[in-house]
Design a protein around this ligand. Structure first.
Ligand SMILES: [Zn+2]
Ligand SMILES: [Zn+2]
Length: 368
């Protein structure tokens, strides 16, 4: 049997193991001695375990009566803003009552606290803070959607930001709405750049027209326009954008010109028109996606009839017949009616675009 150690000898051993001895007496090697770790936690250890085993007494646990005190110290050492309210420790999964200086009491087990968790309400706030994106991240949100950011500052995800699309139209939206896919229309009362966008749209798509109104209210409102011939007219923006015929004055002139013959007019002008030499023609038209035929009348040579911008498709003359305008009108009418069920509406508007067909019964003209 080992000889009884003195209090001093046991204290020395405790010190040699890294503890500060807080015990005042020593009875035997199984006696629980109060020690303080380097970190300041109070633990109980016996001489036997200290001297012969490397087992370290736990600072936190139901076997340690100083656990509550140690937890308080741990919170301090780990700079936790909350305090421990519970005065009793049962085990590491039992919830303790803690108190946040901002949000008040909350309950959490020691295991969870030790893992580094904070007051749940504070945690949500921190998450939100983390969610506050950096300017580069915000910009990339726009860039990956094909937009060009037009801002250099960012405060929060509800803030309205300015951006451009690939075609140069401007918009504004928040990061939140962008993520929800709520994108603005280029012409819309809630897009402050609508007016600018309209002018851009005209320069790109309708260079022959001018938008002469000074402000934009909505696409269903009427605005002033001017055609390249200087005719002024007004219509809704919607009608203008989707319309086939814009300037009504130019439209009227077209009807009375080459494109709009009808039998009523033929009868009215019979005497005169019987003497007027014209051509009835069939042409085949196409571009990379469309293919159709057109039957019509022209007073000019066909090359002149379809020159420049007037005929936006490639075409080939299939047949022509020389006749007078009066007969031509009836011939054209007959051919149109014969092929009525093949009637085709080309995607690009041009003069006489209502006289087009996807197929024809006969690609040659028969003179009656
Ligand atoms: Zn809190
Ligand atoms: Zn006009």
């Amino acid at each position: 049997m080992a000889k009884k150690l003195s209090l001093e000898e046991v204290k020395e051993l405790a010190i040699s193991k890294g503890y500060k001895p807080l015990f005042k007496d020593y009875k035997n090697n199984k006696q629980k001695l109060l020690l303080e770790t380097k970190e300041g936690y109070k633990v109980l250890g016996c001489y036997d375990k200290m001297a012969h085993r490397n087992a370290k007494p736990s600072a936190f646990g139901n076997g340690n009566p100083y656990t509550i005190e140690n937890i308080k110290l741990w919170l301090k050492r780990n700079n936790k803003p909350f305090k421990l309210i519970s005065t009793e420790y049962k085990n590491n999964s039992e919830k303790l009552t803690l108190s946040c200086p901002i949000h008040g009491e909350f309950r959490m087990s020691w295991t969870v606290v030790q893992r580094g968790s904070n007051c749940p309400k504070c945690a949500i706030g921190k998450l939100k803070k983390d969610r506050k994106l950096k300017i580069e991240d915000v910009k990339s949100e726009f860039i990956k959607r094909g937009f060009k950011p037009l801002f250099d500052k960012y405060n929060n995800n509800k803030e309205v930001l300015k951006y451009k699309d690939r075609k140069g139209y401007k918009y504004q939206t928040s990061v939140c709405n962008l993520r929800y896919g709520k994108e603005q229309h280029k012409f819309s009362p809630n897009n402050p750049y609508s007016y600018e966008n309209i002018l851009l749209w005209f320069s790109k798509n309708q260079p022959n027209y001018k938008f002469t109104s000074k402000e934009f209210i909505g696409t269903h409102e009427k605005y002033n326009f001017e055609c390249h011939k200087g005719h002024r007219f007004n219509m809704t923006l919607k009608d203008f954008i989707h319309g086939e015929q814009r300037c009504p004055i130019c439209a009227r002139k077209l009807k009375h010109g080459d494109g709009g013959y009808n039998t009523t007019k033929a009868e009215r002008n019979k005497k005169e028109w019987l003497k007027l030499k014209v051509k009835v023609y069939i042409i085949e038209c196409w571009n990379y996606e469309e293919h159709f035929y057109k039957i019509g009348i022209t007073r000019n040579l066909l090359k002149k009839r379809f020159s420049g911008e007037i005929m936006p498709y490639d075409y080939k003359i299939l047949d022509t017949v020389n006749t007078n305008l009066y007969d031509a009108i009836y011939l054209e009418k007959e051919l149109h009616e014969k092929n009525r069920k093949f009637q085709y509406k080309p995607k690009i508007w041009f003069r006489g675009h209502t006289e087009c067909f996807s197929k024809l019964y006969n690609k040659e003209l028969e003179v009656p």
